[in-house]
Ligand binder design. Sequence first.
Ligand code: ADP
Ligand code: ZN
Length: 446
Amino acid sequence: MSFTFATDNAIPVHPVSALDYIPREKLREIQLHRLQNIVRYAYERQRLFRRRCDELGVRPEHIKTLKDIRLLPFSKKVDLRDEYPTGLQAAPNEEVVRYQCSSGTTGKPIVIPNTMNDIKVWQQGVMRCLAMGGVSANDIVQVAYGYGLFTGGLGLHYGAEGIGCAVLPISGGNTDRQIMLMRDLGVTTICCTPSYFLHIIDEGHKKGIDFRKEMKLKHGFFGAEPWTEEMRSKIEEYTGLVAHDIYGLTEIAGPGVGGDCEHRTGLHIFEDHFYPEIIDPETLEPLPDGEYGELVFTTLDRTGCPMIRYRTRDLTRINPEPCPCGRTIRTIQRINARSDDMIIVHGVNLFPSQVESGLLSIPEVMPHYQIVVTPTGALDMLEIKVEITPENFSDDMRHLEDLRKRIGAAVKSITGLTATITLCEPHTLPRSEGKIRRVVDLRVQK
Ligand code: ADP
Ligand code: ZN
């Protein structure tokens, strides 16, 4: 396979990455051309989009510059639910090759029709992420994301195959088998949710496996749920691999909408396909680069179900500074907050990732925790259950009390909240084979 070189920094680039370095002016030209096409296409084929445009008095020909995207109506997950199952499908049935689903808000899943073109766009996104992380055709890739309606498994599968890797399509679950094949095949690259990888490590440790010595892991591609820099350090420390972040959502493609490079400045977004904006979630006004708000995407060339100005509910900012890697596609700050995950305790907005950052800043703490909110009359109780390392789980009450205090202080310094800290023995808190549920909010359970 031939390699090209980016003009200004001479880093070898996998052919699939060429577009990562496209001059911004050229990128904007491509984006505008694609935006005009997709708006026309969606206006003709998506009733809901046309109705909303008509209500606002906007027509496809009004899109003359990229800024004109602001004239267009937003879309939301609830639209996909209301139009369940295929009311937003824009391509005829004979062009649709696959349905992928993600969880809806009220039981029914949302259904995203994909054409062959969409599958290719999606595959390219994952390939660009893997190539950015340094994966090549020599790698053996264990895909332990769930296969099926969830986009994680098939997304990474097609991406890794596209690079020419040897793929082990093991899907989630059966952790003993995961560990056995990882070792016996000399797997170099693991792809799964960060919480599932922690579970794999944990089960391995129980069997006395030293991941650094007995495995050949070089890369991990973790995503589908928020995970902090502190979690990244733990994973790297336990296994010696380089932990890459991969981001995406079913409505916009699946994993591979963006990912991080070796500089870890954030997630490079494949802007030639997925046009990002940040808005103020209250006023819906677009915010300038650098300001924090809700991430909105327009799919510039998906034909099965184009999403125009889709509100992701993910909170982040577009980094104004270019990344030192030389890529011209911009980065967003890693996603550590999804508006849906926010809970309000004692009148304060709390995200699980804030708790995670606080907890993992204490060396005796293991990356397994759960946040429990219990209604107790006037003031709700915030309890954080956290596992501590076996050496620290002793009968020495003074030591435990001191540890509890330090953990409480670390959490308070980040969240501003006083929590009851419960120290748990290793391997006692729930693990997950997919996305983990970190919060148990007993106030909203019936
Ligand atoms: P569901 O909405 O059912 O969880 P998806 O599997 O499509 O469906 O999940 C997409 C969401 O997962 C994103 O909107 C984001 O909140 C979260 N997510 C995906 N990748 C990452 C990542 N790398 N970091 C943080 N959150 C992520
Ligand atoms: Zn970069």
